[in-house]
Each structure stands twice: as C-alpha cells, then as structure tokens.
Design a protein around this ligand. Structure first.
Ligand code: SAM
Ligand code: SF4
Length: 438
C-alpha cells in the first residue's frame, strides 16, 4: 500500500471512531491511541466538531460553575512541583479554623456560588477526617452553599465513609502521573510517595459509597499521550468493575509555583495539545464532566468550552483565606482572574448556558443512574432547565443591573426552547422561592 492509501485508511478509521463516539460508545485503547497520535489538521477539525456534538448530546449547552475553597497549605509531602510542598521554607502556612472556612464560604455564597470544591494539603493533624466533618457541617448549616465536593489526600475506606456521610458530593483526587519512575522522582517523601496507595484511592472511595469520583493527571509531568491513555484505561477498569467510572475528569496543567524544583519545559503541554486532550476525554468517555480550572487563560478557556469541556471554576484563589485576605502562599499561579459575573456573562455571550445548579447530587442522580440518564440523552433536559432556574436565581440575587438586564433577555430566549412546566417554576423564583429545581 502506498502513502496515499495509508492516509485514506487512517482517515476512515478516525471517522469510524468519531461515529462510535457520536453514538455515545466508550472508546477502547486502540482508538484512543489513534486519536492521541493523529497529526492531520483537517481531521482534527472533525474531531473537535464531534467532541462539541457529543457534549451537546449529553449535557446540552450548559456549563457548570464552581469555585475552590482552599482549607490548608500545611503539607507533609514534598511534591516537587507544588508551592505547598514541605520543602518550601518560604511558604506562609495557614490552616483555616472552622469559623474561617465558614466565612470564606459565606463570602462566596454572597457572590452567587452554590457549589464549592474543598481543597486541602495532606496533614494528618491539621486536615484529618474530623476536621472535614466539622467544616462541611458548619458550611452546610451556616451558609447558602448547596453542595461541597472535596479534593483531599487519599483516605482509608472508613474515613471515606465518614466524608460521604458528611455530605460531600464528588471526591476528587489526581494521580498526577501514572509513570512509576516519574512518580517516584516527583514524590520523594511523605505518604504520597506510596504509588499503590494513590492508585487504589478510587476503589476505596467507591467501596465507601462515593458514586461520583473525579480523576485527572497533572499534565506536564510526563508524555501527555501516554498519561491520557493510562487515565482512560484506569477509568475503563472502574467502569468494568463497578458499572460506572469517573463522574469528572480534570485537566490540570502544570503552572509555575513558589520554590518549585521542577523544570516545566521537558513535558510541556501546549495550548493546542490541551485542546486535543479535552476533546479526547470527551470522545473516549462521553458521559464524564470535563473540568477546566483557572490555571488556564480566559481565551483558552473559551476555546476549551467549544471542544467538550462542561464545567469551569471562576474567580478562584489558590491559598487558604485567599478570598477574605490575600497574602499566604498560593499553590500555583492562576491564568484567569475574572470574577464570577464576568465569566457568567462571557459564557452566555459564547452561546452556552451558565449553570449554578447542584440538583443531581441532591436528587440521587449519580453513578449508574446518572450514566443511564446520560446514555438515553435525557440528562440534558434536566441540565438545561435547572441551569436556567439557577441562572435566574443568580440574576435576581447577585448580578449587577447591567448583567441582569442582558442575561434576562438570554433566559427568555432559552425558556422558549424548554418545557411548559419551566415557566411555572420561573414564576416561583420571581416570587422569592429559592433552590427551585427538577
Ligand atoms: N494535597 C492533595 C493532593 O495532592 O492530592 C489534594 C489537593 S492538591 C492541593 C490539588 C492538585 O493540585 C494536585 O493533585 C495537583 O495535581 C495540583 N497541583 C499541584 N501543584 C501544581 C502546579 N504547580 N500547577 C498546577 N497544578 C498543581
Ligand atoms: Fe501537598 Fe498536594 Fe501540594 Fe503535594 S500537591 S505538596 S500533597 S498540597
């Protein structure tokens, strides 16, 4: 076969893969590898278009918003890339008291956030399970925050049971790298040095009752093509074992950090590569939420929304006490400093529906049930209507008059595309009822 015929055969294979994704099938590792190694620009445009369509089929046009709440930067580990590492002698250390955590959460809730991701460094004394129980209980009882997710160090099964019972929605933990020699080099000391303990974290979380888990690799630590295949392989193993896999995949990309001892250039992931990674996750595991953080610039975040991303953080601070008082050591530098309102406005300008909805976790739409709804393409109806209701509430309570006027028009147009019952619910929000959802 000559080169031209080879290319034609490759293109047929890629188009077959895209057809399977559009049919909401999971991709196998041969198919994932064909995508990670694809270098034909014309075909990449087709891949991006397919990823956009798959996201639309599963979630409609909604984009979920949240903010991280950093609880502690006191860490027992020495991850070479992180500003919180034990070896960073310049770090200003801080662990929030329960009252301070409530103050930060209340501040964010006044801005309009309803979903927060608790983030903590690893410290058995400062950030043990009792601390998370007290923090979640206080935030739920004293603020309008409706769902807390958590990105913490791996726990044992019993502690995961307690974290779940405390009302945490998604448990998130990144493997950082699946490449064992790199993992060993990057995590020299502390509990995180144990690769097997980290690899088995999702099994313990799921066995403890978490049906929604969030996974990821820290992009830039090793060859991204290899890491992406490894993460998808890990996800497929969970799906085979438990009937469901990760609820979200994040795409954290390595950023400069205070006294980081790592040369970020060796395995640098370019903006174009990041776009490819988002599209590949979307196609390989059609039902996952793909999460973009403020590590990335505003322009790139806009682009990632058009290739399959479905959740983004906004207005984030990456240090404990970061919202109320700037000053303590940040985990890494952020690339997008817009506030929630600016991001909400921009999402709508791009034609997406900004969502502050938290309904699924509280209505039991998780794990296999979530997957079944997504597979039958019913999820997007819930997502669209709940997004509109949550945006309406945000505009009434938190937005500036200009944004309220602009987005009220946008909401009216979107209501036109929805069921009759929605208008009744919108009237309830107008009358002052809150947390109206289906
Ligand atoms: N300490 C816990 C752990 O390491 O699993 C949980 C929270 S840690 C603060 C959250 C994530 O931040 C890490 O899993 C890592 O992927 C990411 N991170 C650390 N340093 C980073 C950097 N310099 N740039 C981008 N992301 C970073
Ligand atoms: Fe600590 Fe997590 Fe940073 Fe590692 S990545 S130093 S465990 S906070």
């Amino acid at each position: 076969m000559n080169r031209k015929e080879d290319k034609k055969k490759d293109a047929l294979f890629i188009r077959d893969i895209l057809a399977r994704s559009l049919d909401l099938q999971l991709l196998n590792l041969t198919e994932v590898s064909a995508l990670t190694h694809l270098d034909d620009e014309v075909l990449w445009d087709e891949v991006y278009e397919a990823a956009r369509k798959v996201k639309e089929k599963v979630y409609g046009n909604r984009v979920v918003l949240f903010a991280p709440l950093y609880l502690s930067n006191e860490c027992m580990n020495n991850c070479l890339y992180c500003g919180f590492r034990k070896g960073n002698r310049d770090a200003k250390r801080k662990s929030l008291t329960v009252d301070e955590a409530v103050e930060e959460a209340a501040f964010l809730s006044r801005k309009g956030y309803r979903r927060l991701l608790l983030v903590a460094s690893e410290h058995t004394k400062r950030a043990g399970i009792e601390y998370f129980e007290r923090v979640t209980d206080a935030i739920y009882s004293q603020t309008d925050i409706r769902i807390l997710h958590a990105n913490t160090a791996p726990m044992n099964t019993e502690d995961f049971r307690r974290l779940k019972a405390a009302g945490v929605g998604v448990y998130q933990c990144f493997q950082e790298t699946y490449h064992i020699p790199s993992y060993r080099h990057l995590h020299p000391t502390g509990p995180k040095a144990d690769y097997a303990w980290r690899m088995s974290v999702m099994d313990r979380a799921i066995e403890a009752g978490f049906e929604d888990v969030g996974m990821g690799v820290l992009l830039g630590l090793y060859d991204w093509r290899w890491e992406v295949s490894a993460l998808i392989s890990h996800s497929r193993r969970l799906i085979n074992k438990y009937g469901f896999g990760p609820h979200t995949l994040s795409v954290p990309r390595l950023q400069p950090a205070e006294r980081s001892e790592l040369d970020c250039s060796t395995y640098r992931v370019s903006d174009e590569d990041l776009k490819k990674i988002v599209a590949i996750y979307r196609l390989a595991l059609p039902f996952v939420g793909v999460v973009i953080s403020t590590r990335e610039s505003s322009g790139l975040r806009d682009e990632l929304l058009s290739v399959g991303a479905s959740q983004i953080s906004a207005g984030s601070k990456t240090s404990p006490w970061g919202y109320m008082k700037a000053g303590d050591t940040e985990q890494f530098q952020i690339g997008d400093s817009r506030n929630l309102e600016e991001v909400v406005d921009r999402i709508a300008e791009l034609g997406f529906m900004p969502s502050l909805c938290t309904a699924c976790y509280r209505e039991g739409r998780s794990g296999e049930q979530f997957r079944d709804l997504a597979q039958s393409e019913s999820m997007k109806k819930f997502c669209h209507e709940n997004a509109i209701l949550s945006l309406k509430e945000y505009l009434e309570d938190c937005a500036s008059p200009e944004v309220k006027e602009k987005l009220s028009k946008f909401i009216r147009e979107e209501i036109g595309k929805s069921s009759n019952g929605l208008m009744e619910k919108i009237k309830l929000v107008d009358k002052g009822e809150r947390d109206v959802h289906i």
